[in-house]
Design a protein around this ligand. Structure first.
Ligand SMILES: [Zn+2]
Ligand SMILES: [Zn+2]
Length: 270
């Protein structure tokens, strides 16, 4: 089977008719399980988890509106999973855990988008990359990602090497392969599941997340995977899945992970 658990409906209202646009594309592309995973920072209930000038401007909705959309869609007979993409913030483990526990999520995606107040994947902050040491920035990013996995708060790791989003990549292959080995070992030790995301293909870097070296290292350590689009508009649901499935198979994967009420199981991929 195929699933798409990492999607954002935030560009429209939290209504069933808007959600149905995403469900329609999922159906057309043979996605058996579709799930929504809004960004946590959009909700007033998360102000204590992540607060900076950028998120403050965008914190306009409530979790009740969001959950209400999913609940109504289910009442209308749609099969839709309820997820969230929640920024990991070092030091906020207890608050994150308490927040997650309050809602009937099928899965919660752990992502790192912030190095302090530097939202490194935001086009508005892209200029802040200039003058930064790329390897040191990777060290910082992978360090936070490691702490996130050690905290075991999440169901899967979102876009594990999104730090390359604008094409800033260290040219030191040894530096990267050492990080990949360390991360794969850590993912395995803490029971993490890793996302293969086609979103990178639609970003300046033009590559899948994670890099082949990291994905192969994960397979060598038997780290399970999930395939997602990170769609922010209906037409991107299930985008480039042919490529993603081939990519996963090329790394040795034959199964993907299915989530229900934060429990997981494996299913044959494709
Ligand atoms: Zn993300
Ligand atoms: Zn996302």
């Amino acid at each position: 089977m195929l699933t798409d658990y990492h999607t954002h409906t935030e560009r429209g209202p939290y209504t069933v008719p808007w959600l149905e646009n995403f469900l329609r594309v999922a159906h057309e592309r043979g996605i058996a399980e579709y799930g929504v995973s809004e960004h946590g920072y959009r909700f007033r209930e998360t102000a204590h988890l992540l607060d900076n000038p950028w998120t403050r401007e965008r914190r306009t909705q409530s979790m009740d509106e969001y959950w209400g959309m999913v609940e109504q869609a289910r009442k209308a007979g749609h099969h839709v999973k309820f997820g969230l993409e929640l920024d990991y913030i070092p030091g906020k483990e207890k608050e994150l855990e308490d927040f997650i526990r309050q809602y009937p999520f099928d899965y919660v995606i752990g992502s790192v988008h912030w190095l302090g107040d530097f939202g490194f994947d935001l086009s508005e902050m892209k200029h802040l990359w200039s003058g930064r040491d790329v390897a040191a920035t990777y060290d910082e990013y992978f360090g936070i990602l490691s702490r996130m996995v050690e905290a075991r708060l999440y169901d899967f790791v979102g876009h594990a090497d999104v730090i390359k989003v604008f094409g800033h990549e260290p040219d030191d292959e040894v530096f990267l392969s050492e990080w990949y080995a360390r991360l794969a070992e850590l993912f395995a030790r803490h029971g993490a599941v890793v996302e293969i995301s086609t979103a990178g293909l639609r970003k300046p870097v033009g590559k899948m997340y994670p890099a082949p070296g990291l994905l192969r290292a994960c397979h060598a350590k038997s780290v399970p995977v999930v395939i997602n689009s990170d769609a922010h508009r209906p037409e991107d649901v299930g985008a480039d899945y042919d490529q993603a499935v081939a990519y996963a198979r090329g790394a040795g994967y034959r199964e993907l992970t299915v989530f229900t009420e934060r429990r997981r199981r494996s299913e044959a991929m494709g």
